[in-house]
Design a protein. Structure first.
Length: 223
């Protein structure tokens, strides 16, 4: 890869970053979003280690991004502006690995948080397993809906991915909201991010068509 003379290597593993810094000190390294840089102290650490750019976690607010830029102004910051938002910090979700044996931290996420779900009446057996009794609502609902279903004491929310497996979703007095992430769309904040001094705006393109990527990039360029 180094022989191909890329502009930079996007990396997240500290061991591999150390190896590249030792053997190829001339290569520019950008910290991947999967490294979860969520505060200015983390960004300063990687700057002091010699990295030239940090791709910030996509879960950060505009105020948090601005704080990082103000505390560490002498490193390039890259910010996600469009694409999916994970229910966990980027790359740390275990749903895809648990349900499909596909690691979200290796670009293979199956987006389990976006599966349809069905509401079932269920009972808990002596072993603590949740056993569905009957299906109460046959119409599928989007798991990302903000609407909260009515729920009695003998009902539980089960995620049904196929005919064999169902997974119970725990719920407390505040409800169940862990799969409600909305897609990131920061087209109205491009001007503010630019004035902050952000070096690069990132649009998620993995698993997307060429047309989608081209049109989305075109819209953000005009913003």
């Amino acid at each position: 890869i180094v022989a191909m003379q890329p502009d930079a290597l996007i990396m997240s593993d500290p061991g591999l970053i150390m190896m590249v810094r030792e053997h190829f000190p001339e290569v520019q390294i950008h910290l991947s979003v999967q490294a979860n840089a969520i505060n200015w102290a983390t960004v300063k650490f990687w700057k002091d280690y010699g990295l030239s750019r940090v791709i910030l976690s996509r879960e950060l607010s505009l105020e948090e991004i601005e704080e990082i830029q103000q505390h560490v102004p002498d490193i390039e910051l890259e910010v996600f502006v469009h694409g999916a938002l994970c229910m966990a910090y980027s790359g740390r979700c275990l749903l895809s690995g648990y349900m499909n044996k596909r690691d979200a931290n290796q670009g293979a996420c199956t987006n389990a948080c976006r599966w349809d779900y069905k509401l079932h009446e269920a009972q808990e057996d002596a072993n603590g397993d949740v056993i569905p009794v009957t299906q109460l609502n046959t119409s599928e609902k989007s798991c990302c809906s903000s609407a909260q279903s009515e729920k009695t004491s003998n009902q539980t929310l089960l995620v049904q991915h196929n005919d064999e497996e169902m997974f119970a979703a725990e719920e407390d007095e505040h409800g169940t909201y862990f799969m409600n992430s909305k897609d990131l769309r920061a087209v109205h904040h491009v001007d503010r991010l630019t004035k902050m001094g952000i070096a690069s705006l990132k649009i998620e393109g993995r698993t997307k068509s060429y047309f989608y990527c081209a049109r989305t990039a075109q819209i953000y360029r005009k913003a």
